[in-house]
Ligand binder design. Structure first.
Ligand SMILES: [Zn+2]
Length: 179
């Protein structure tokens, strides 16, 4: 997610525009995009988490946890995990997903060499992934369920982001929000 240069990416621009009210989430084309995707639970998940992560809409936090909890439940039903507390797992997964950068390299995945603009060898803490370790990795069998729920969340995020960017490209360019 993080890039080496400081230019905000499209998601950040959309998020900022949403947060500033330049694009009204409820009335704009975004709503139509979301509505199109709302047939599947994953899209609802993505809707809530996208607003939470990119628009910094704190009110979406409970929606996001609830949505991810629903996603975990359906994964459980499909794979017969027999988890007891989907809400607690969802809260952990959302927390990680909101801030998943490796603290050693701040997400760059490489070790910067002081005094040079060139990035050095890859970060040993995250082995170049740029992401911190899963906080649930010591949890034995359940860790796998947390990770699979996270993957489903990340996949939903990718899909909705693709849709948003495609459909909003014109509207945003025309409105001048990205200048
Ligand atoms: Zn790292």
């Amino acid at each position: 997610m993080s890039t080496i240069n400081d230019r905000p990416n499209v998601e950040e621009k959309i998020g900022r525009a949403l947060a500033d009210g330049d694009l009204d989430y409820r009335s704009s084309a975004i709503n139509a995009v979301i509505a199109l995707g709302c047939v599947s639970i994953e899209e609802k998940v993505a809707d809530a988490v996208f607003r939470l992560k990119y628009a910094n809409d704190a009110h979406s936090y409970r929606d996001a946890v609830k949505a991810v909890s629903g996603m975990a439940k359906s994964l459980d039903a499909r794979h017969n995990w027999r988890m007891k507390d989907h809400a607690a797992m969802a809260a952990e997964v959302v927390k990680y997903w909101l801030c998943d950068l490796c603290p050693s390299c701040t997400g760059i995945g490489a070790q910067a060499i002081t005094g040079t603009p060139v990035l050095g060898t890859y970060c040993l803490a995250c082995r170049g992934s740029g992401k911190r370790d899963y906080p649930w990795q010591e949890m034995g069998r359940a860790a796998r369920y947390y990770t699979e729920t996270l993957w489903a969340l990340e996949e939903a995020e990718r899909r909705i982001r693709g849709k948003l960017i495609d459909k909003l490209a014109h509207e945003i360019r025309d409105s001048g929000v990205l200048r």
